[in-house]
Design a protein around this ligand. Structure first.
Ligand SMILES: C[S@@+](CC[C@H](N)C(=O)[O-])C[C@H]1O[C@@H](n2cnc3c(N)ncnc32)[C@H](O)[C@@H]1O
Length: 220
């Protein structure tokens, strides 16, 4: 995916299509990282979530991996070149690091840029990078199980993949099964909100840990 000159227009395209709905999804669970110390953000985009997080998590430092130099430049402007943020202009698929080094991870409308195998690999790497008590915030598009909501979501999501395929060369053509891949990686969901008839969701995920009775926790 090469965002290029679309970066400057990204926000306006989003507002035209969804108003502030995507922004509400991104911001929904950011306060869960208020006491975080070290946060990894993948595919941050133009810095809107990062700007909020800098204020919400005053003790945190942020590693941001973003492929687009244009998006990084917008995010640097929005966060006034904060010394608490380190940007890496890199492909997240080839980044690796020590285990359990982040107590917060943020992937907002990022995992949908990949096919199932790529998403599986990325999710496993990220689960490994999260501390046992860390929170992973995910905002994504989703396809409800049935009815008109399913059709509505399929139409929107199909249109978005076509649009980004043409304008950015995005190769993925469909949403990867994010929920299944997160569970495969040993994560469980602690919170979930949805909007626009289930088309978009905000979630918080943590490592599965046994309850005092040895039974794995269940997800909402
Ligand atoms: C759909 S946009 C989402 C941006 C932002 N997180 C949001 O909530 O709107 C996907 C972002 O991920 C970045 N991206 C796509 N593929 C990437 C990759 N392989 N490695 C790092 N960043 C990537 C894009 O440059 C873009 O900024």
């Amino acid at each position: 995916m090469k965002v290029g000159r679309l970066a400057r227009w990204y926000r306006w395209i989003e507002y035209a299509a969804f108003g502030r709905a995507l922004e509400r999804r991104r911001f929904a669970f950011l306060p869960r990282l208020a006491s975080a110390k070290r946060v990894l953000i993948l595919g941050e985009g133009d810095g809107r979530s990062l700007g909020r997080l800098l204020a919400l998590a005053p003790s945190a430092v942020f590693d941001v991996v973003e492929l687009s130099p244009e998006m990084i430049s917008l995010a640097q402007g929005r966060t006034r070149n904060s010394a608490r943020v380190k940007f890496s202009c890199q492909d997240a698929r080839v980044v690796s690091g020590p285990a359990a080094q982040y107590d917060g991870i943020v992937t907002h409308f990022f995992l949908d840029c990949f096919d199932e195998d790529e998403a599986r690999h990325l999710i496993a790497q990220l689960a490994n990078a999260l501390t046992p008590v860390g929170n992973w915030l995910v905002s994504e598009f989703a396809i409800p199980a049935k009815g008109w909501r399913r059709l509505h979501a399929r139409i929107w999501i199909g249109a978005m993949y076509r649009f980004f395929g043409i304008t950015t060369g995005l190769r993925a053509r469909a949403l990867p099964p994010i929920e299944m891949l997160m569970r495969e990686a040993g994560m469980y969901r602690t919170e979930r909100e949805q909007a626009r008839a289930g088309l978009m969701v905000s979630e918080v995920w943590r490592h599965v840990s046994p309850t005092p009775f040895g039974v794995p926790r269940t997800s909402p």
